[in-house]
Design a protein. Sequence first.
Length: 211
Amino acid sequence: IITPYWGQNSYTHCNNQCRLFQACGPTLQRTCGQSIYVMGRCYQLDSSLRHQQTLPPSLPECPVRSLDIAFLIDGSGSIDPDQFQEMLTFVSKVIEDFEGTDTLFAIMQYSNLFTEHFNFKKFSAARDKRRLIWSITQLRGTTWTATGIQKVLRELFIPSSGSRHGSQKFLIVITDGEKYGDTLDYSGPIAEAEGMGVVRFAIGVTHILYH
């Protein structure tokens, strides 16, 4: 028979057969890089409240899976030059936040034109990674978002561009609105990304910069 006792943010119970008490706390924190994981841990005590065992015996290791993150940034004419610079600032800050982790980045800019600024291989080899970003200039033109997504999948998330087998892959599209002038439907690139296991995020420029 187990009789629980509930306290604030923790609980204990005693098993009459083993005569052990167990005290658990649900909010033990573990820091992994820039992330904080919250998990529980239990301590088994004897009838004199002497510590007998810890469950689990040790905390799990921090995740070590590699990350490949590609940015597809909107450089079309509807993007104000100041907004474009703020977009680069945002990308630079994200890259800075991942320093010290097994994470590679790549950037492609799109309008109705497309420029691969750097792939995963070039990023990995670069000594001054910030310079890779601040050398980027805006393309201008119309907004071919669907084609841009397709090009990232086919030209960046490939081994020859430094994308790694077994890595978790992310595509972050930064744009100010709907595609314009692009005849390619989104359904094709989305299905292609699903098949490749690429997780996608879309970020609105105005939302990032002003809210």
